[in-house]
Design a protein around this ligand. Structure first.
Ligand SMILES: Cc1cc2nc3c(=O)[nH]c(=O)nc-3n(C[C@H](O)[C@H](O)[C@H](O)COP(=O)(O)O)c2cc1C
Length: 454
């Protein structure tokens, strides 16, 4: 095979401005400036967005236009300084494209007999019309052609540098492959799992060029998911609505609640009553009001006792009841608008499996009375947010946990957050489509055991 052709370019969306002897290159993720260039060099660089060119041919054009050898030397110096923001192509194999402000493209010192392997954080996926190779450790994205695939496949195990020096040089320079075991031995990197590091890199800004934040990407295409989930069919159980004045008068002071809050995995001999469960859900999760659409918020939102990103309140609560005085054991959906439970036609073995899974999460300590499972109607968030939708949902789960903890503590109940649950089992139990609405949090609640001596 012929050696691939090295070409350089700039991203199509790079905007170049030449003023007062300073060339400014602006990308969606940041700006770099190059000083001390000649107008001829600036004019050549201004041709680069969206195209690919051979460095030496550009230099020859500089000479042909009357440039001096010093100007050519200055041109090569400018390219080496701008290397991190250039597109580096190896035709016909791959293109390395910068995607973040602090992109690094350092041609590595590789020996012919070094073995290079793909980073264990790298992934190949379809994006738009083609395949891309990317990694949370890289501030570049590599677009791949079919000709590159045998090499990428071989890089899973390792390829000698001398077998593909140019391509391996580019992949190592962009941080997608490595020549040694550094990644396995790095104390921080070895602790990251593939999916966690990818999630971390893509759900905050700084390391990617993807749309981010409240972009309302589906605004023109479809309405948002409704503020209220359409109620499932089933018998309704109206819940007790407490007086908030009476609750406030009976509650311990805030600092006492905060300081006495504990995770409790044992329960009172007498089961929790449905009246207490009603008061608890009312104080944690009911809808206090609905508002919007409003300027900047083109959707209906709601107000609840716990905070929620964008007031979208994508989280739904389901109760798997093992033991509760006044409420049949079974599976229920909590309607936060009507403050009632809707009994779901779940199979007994699924309900038992939900409680058993929760018990396992406590190391077998708790024999759950009531399991509260939070699901997310994901499209409530992804209709509005790009990049951070799922990360925000998990944060919403966290604040809901804390609200459950504090209200339970104030009411003298036994609360315990759980770190994991079975999302497939939950979808089956609640009759949900996993990709549309699946479980993201689990919480146990029951009557607090009497503290010995109190
Ligand atoms: C997000 C989260 C996940 C948790 N996961 C579990 C769990 O899976 N099993 C469990 O028994 N406790 C779990 N807990 C409870 C913690 O173990 C507990 O909060 C921690 O040990 C501190 O004790 P304290 O809550 O009594 O102050 C979790 C708590 C949180 C906030």
């Amino acid at each position: 095979m012929n050696p691939p052709t090295r070409l350089i370019g700039l991203r199509e969306d790079a905007v170049l401005a030449w003023a007062d002897g300073v060339l400014t290159i602006t990308h969606p993720f940041g700006t770099v400036t190059a000083r001390g260039l000649t107008p001829g060099i600036a004019a050549l660089l201004q041709e680069l967005p969206g195209t690919l060119a051979d460095e030496d041919e550009l230099a020859e054009r500089l000479l042909a236009a009357g440039g001096t050898s010093q100007e050519v030397a200055l041109f090569y110096l400018a390219l080496s300084r701008l290397r991190p923001v250039l597109v580096h192509a190896l035709e016909p194999l791959l293109r390395v494209v910068p995607i973040a402000r602090d992109a690094v493209f350092e041609p590595p010192a590789l020996s012919a007999d070094d073995t290079v392997r793909l980073s264990r954080f790298a992934l190949v996926r379809r994006s738009g019309e083609g395949l891309i190779l990317e990694s949370p450790l890289s501030r570049h994205r590599v677009t791949l052609t079919e000709e590159a695939m045998p090499l990428i496949a071989a890089l899973g195990r390792g390829v000698l540098v001398k077998e593909a020096p140019e391509a391996l040089g580019h992949l190592v320079a962009a941080g997608l492959a490595g020549a040694d075991e550094a990644e396995e031995e790095h104390p921080a990197l070895r602790a990251w799992e593939f999916h966690d590091l990818l999630f971390h890199s893509r759900t905050r800004v700084g390391r990617h060029d993807q749309p981010f934040g409240a972009t309302f990407r589906f605004l023109a295409e479809e309405p948002p998911e409704p503020v209220a989930k359409p109620l499932p069919e089933g018998p309704a159980v109206e819940l007790f609505r407490p007086s908030l004045d009476a609750a406030a008068a009976a509650d311990p002071p805030f600092t006492t609640v905060l300081e006495s809050r504990r995770s409790v995995r044992a329960y009172a001999d007498e089961p929790l009553t449905v009246r207490r469960l009603g008061e608890f859900l009312y104080r944690v999760a009911r809808v206090r009001g609905v508002f919007g659409p409003a300027p900047g918020m083109p959707y209906e939102a709601s107000s609840r006792p716990y905070p929620g990103g964008g007031a979208a309140y994508e989280l739904e609560l389901y109760l798997t009841v093992g033991r509760c005085d006044g409420l049949d054991s079974g599976v229920y959906y909590y309607d936060p608008f009507g403050h009632r439970l809707i009994r779901l036609p779940a199979r007994d073995q699924d309900a038992r499996a939900m409680l058993a899974t929760a018990s396992v999460s406590t190391g077998g300590t708790a024999q759950p009375e009531v399991l509260i499972t939070m699901t997310s109607r994901f499209r409530r968030m992804s209709w509005k947010y790009s990049g951070l939708a799922y990360a925000a949902t998990l944060k919403n789960v966290g604040v809901l946990y804390q609200t459950l903890y504090l209200v339970a503590t104030a009411m003298g109940m036994a609360p315990c957050g759980l770190g994991s649950g079975d999302a497939d089992l939950a979808a089956r139990t609640f009759g949900l489509d996993w990709a549309t609405e699946s479980s993201v949090g689990d919480f146990l609640i029951g009557g607090a055991p009497r503290v010995p001596g109190s």
